[in-house]
Design a protein around this ligand. Structure first.
Ligand SMILES: NC(=O)c1ccc[n+]([C@@H]2O[C@H](COP(=O)([O-])OP(=O)(O)OC[C@H]3O[C@@H](n4cnc5c(N)ncnc54)[C@H](O)[C@@H]3O)[C@@H](O)[C@H]2O)c1
Length: 354
């Protein structure tokens, strides 16, 4: 009998849809494109069992998870059919999850909220995966607290700081639970591309004068991010991930820039870097990247879930440093991508404690 990992999800949006479809797709197709490896120290994608899910909108609450992942306003692409999962999406606590923009696009379910702690316990979830909208600070803290009460580890895919904050590191560590995060870093997304380009300039001795990264998309994530007030941590997360690649301060502006409805779940990113090389001669680089956003993080999340399960089984609690540095933009310890990958692989092989 194969070892399984029991995962609960809060926020059944495009990312949850791509993750669940991807898990099923890889279980059937046994490929490893987009995964660190098909078998990660004994765990395959198909060993992830989704056992509970929370959302708050009418189109998803009360519905089987296999249908909720395709419910409006989700608009990512479909890569496979998903059979009934026998997991009903329960209504969690709304708090600050639905911002002023989203509230015009979705109807909040009028069902009663469930006892999240009890659902996590009853379903024997081992990990809760946080996929709430950007800016859901109170709601993220609420679900993190429920995890601690229920004895469930936490993976935070969004830019609200939990794993990178000492208060929460201690709270999870003192309860014998693990946490990984914050803010998932896509497989080939704007952040890792920008980090790599800045490192290339620095390694080749080019002095960078200024850089920006502008991103547009047509899903609810981008619609929600029209609200600049919800973006504070997103900008910190994305900017710190790039800034760490240069040994000096670079004027930079990085973040979500507009909502373009017809792009649906495609995200378009524009990166510009200007600098000087030998003889004070200017060099100017402009790059455009277009990706399906939700799928870009799904493989990374399959690795983060499997890595966290290894940590849980090894009795490791508190912040998971190598998983967080490899899979997330705002980890407890920022490092270059290649260093993070090396540390992650050492952790998987049991050569590094966390
Ligand atoms: N590549 C990527 O797509 C990527 C990369 C990094 C970070 N992220 C982050 O992951 C998160 C999820 O992205 P998405 O595209 O799935 O967003 P989404 O808007 O499609 O999904 C968010 C879901 O959360 C639900 N929700 C809102 N308030 C809630 C509450 N209080 N309790 C439970 N559910 C609630 C919404 O109804 C919705 O179903 C976002 O914060 C996004 O910025 C995504």
């Amino acid at each position: 009998m194969r070892k399984k990992v029991r995962v609960a999800i809060t926020g059944v949006g495009n990312c949850a849809s791509a993750l669940i479809q991807g898990t099923s797709y890889y279980d059937k197709n046994r490929e490893s494109v987009g995964l660190t490896s098909y078998n990660l120290s004994g765990l395959e994608p198909g060993d992830i069992d989704y056992v509970a899910a929370f959302d708050v909108v009418n189109s998803k609450v009360g519905v089987d998870l296999s249908e909720a992942i395709f419910a409006q306003p989700n608009n990512t692409v479909k890569i496979c059919d998903i059979g009934k999962m026998d997991v009903k999406v329960e209504k969690g606590e709304i708090l600050d999850g639905i911002g002023r923009h989203l509230s015009h696009k979705v109807k909040v379910s009028d069902k009663s909220s469930v006892d999240v702690m009890k659902v996590l316990k009853d379903t024997k979830a081992e990990i809760l995966l946080n996929y709430l909208p950007v800016g859901s600070k109170q709601a993220t803290q609420f679900y993190a607290e429920k995890c601690i009460e229920a004895g469930v580890s936490f993976i935070n895919a969004i830019p609200v700081f939990i794993t990178s904050e000492s208060k929460w590191q201690q709270a999870f560590g003192n309860s014998g639970l693990a946490c990984a995060g914050d803010d998932v870093m896509s497989q080939l997304g704007a952040t890792v591309l920008h980090k790599t380009l800045v490192k290339l300039f620095v390694d080749r001795g080019v002095k960078i004068d200024e850089t920006y990264q502008l991103n547009v998309g047509g899903d609810m994530d981008f619609y929600n991010m029209l609200d600049e007030e919800r973006l504070e941590d997103k900008r910190v997360s994305k900017t710190s991930a790039v800034a760490v690649m240069a040994p000096y301060q670079i004027p930079m502006r990085i973040g979500p820039s507009d909502f373009v409805e017809f792009l649906q779940n495609d995200k378009v990113c524009y990166i510009s870097i200007r600098g000087k090389y030998f003889g004070n001669i200017p060099v100017d680089l402009d790059v455009k990247l277009r990706v399906v956003d939700a799928y870009n993080s799904a493989g990374v999340m399959i690795d983060a879930i499997r890595g966290s399960k290894l940590a849980i089984d090894r009795g490791i609690s508190g912040p998971l440093e190598s998983i967080s540095a490899y899979c997330f933009k705002h980890p407890p310890i920022q490092m270059s991508y290649s260093q993070a990958k090396a540390n992650f692989l050492e952790f998987v092989e049991g050569k590094r404690e966390r």
